[in-house]
Design a binder for this molecule. Structure first.
Ligand code: SF4
Ligand code: SF4
Length: 301
């Protein structure tokens, strides 16, 4: 049976598809969007989250780290991320919640056991399970086995994807997916590359295929002021979506700062710290502009 890397399983989610849902977050993403609110999802490898402000200086971790990544220097306990192998040894000893390994390796049956705990909520609310990330399609065999198990148990499934994946993987899983939540960022490929690390041709091609062959696709665009809310991008986005065979809805999601503190815990720099969320008026304006392309537009997820 396949195993995969999962960094979170969130219960009672109401923003990742219809009804009450369980969202399973896969680790690893081919993009590195500057505004990502799950930076711990990007690396496929294991990582250590570190919250030094919680440390009570008990020294337990020091004894367990044989890699020189936790040392005493001038009377202070120091964590050296560059030396850390994310083995997790120190996490077992730290009861103050300073050290936490981001992901765990789970089997299909372990993930299914979590999903099935909430079947009663799915049934009552018209909900189900959403596979998010990271990029769930970076682990296609693992995802595919879970999707097939959900189908057998008649659990509604949604896959949120960035679209930067092989068409083969998309085609293999698509018959077991009830709903795709397809994230778009920017229409100009060079601008896309500058803020996400990859070009967008593959993403747009895959969406075109999905809109033609899958019955339910919702496109989601996070509105990032100064990055993708200009008229040129909105026009290109509207024209592209209007040209597709079938897109059920376009969801415009206002940029927010949730998750910014995780950058610090991972030793990463957050490059958009001065950016403000768009206000309701601006989101209404954008929604109206997109409706001009005969799209079914919603603000929020
Ligand atoms: S995760 Fe492993 S290598 Fe990193 S600090 Fe802890 S014990 Fe040391
Ligand atoms: S085990 Fe945790 S609380 Fe104790 S010294 Fe290490 S990081 Fe601090």
């Amino acid at each position: 049976m396949e195993k995969g890397k999962i960094f979170n399983i969130m219960k009672y989610s109401i923003h990742d598809g219809p009804g009450i849902r369980t969202t399973v977050f896969f680790k690893g993403c081919p993009l590195s969007c500057q505004w990502c609110h799950n930076p711990e999802s990007q690396e496929f490898g294991q990582e250590l989250m570190y919250r030094p402000e919680r440390c009570v200086a008990c020294g337990q971790c020091l004894e367990l780290c044989s890699n020189g990544a936790t040392i005493y220097l001038e009377g202070k306990l120091i964590y050296l991320r560059d030396q850390c192998l994310a083995c997790g040894e120190c996490c077992t000893a730290c009861h103050a919640g300073v050290r936490e390994l981001v992901a765990k390796t789970m089997s299909v049956s372990e993930v299914m056991a979590e999903i099935e705990k909430d079947v009663i909520f799915y049934d009552e609310s018209g909900g189900g399970v959403t596979f998010s990330g990271g990029e769930a399609l970076m682990q296609p065999e693992f995802l595919s086995e879970i999707l097939k198990s959900c189908r057998k148990k008649e659990i509604h499934t949604a896959v949120e994807t960035c679209g930067f994946i092989s068409l083969d993987s998309l085609q293999i899983i698509s018959e077991y997916v009830d709903l795709f939540l397809y994230d778009l960022k920017l229409m100009d490929s060079r601008r896309h590359q500058a803020v996400t690390g990859v070009s967008n041709e593959l993403i747009l091609r895959n969406l075109k295929w999905l809109a033609e062959y899958h019955p339910k696709v919702i496109v989601r665009v996070a509105i990032i002021p100064g990055i993708n809310d200009d008229e040129e991008n909105l026009r290109q986005l509207g024209e592209f979506l209007a040209s597709l065979k079938s897109v059920a809805e376009l969801h415009c999601l206002p940029y927010h700062k949730a998750g910014v503190d995780k950058y610090q815990r991972l030793g990463l720099e957050y490059r958009l710290s001065d950016l403000q969320s768009p206000d309701n008026e601006r989101m209404e304006e954008i929604a109206k502009r997109m409706e001009e392309f005969s799209l079914n537009v919603k603000i929020g997820g």
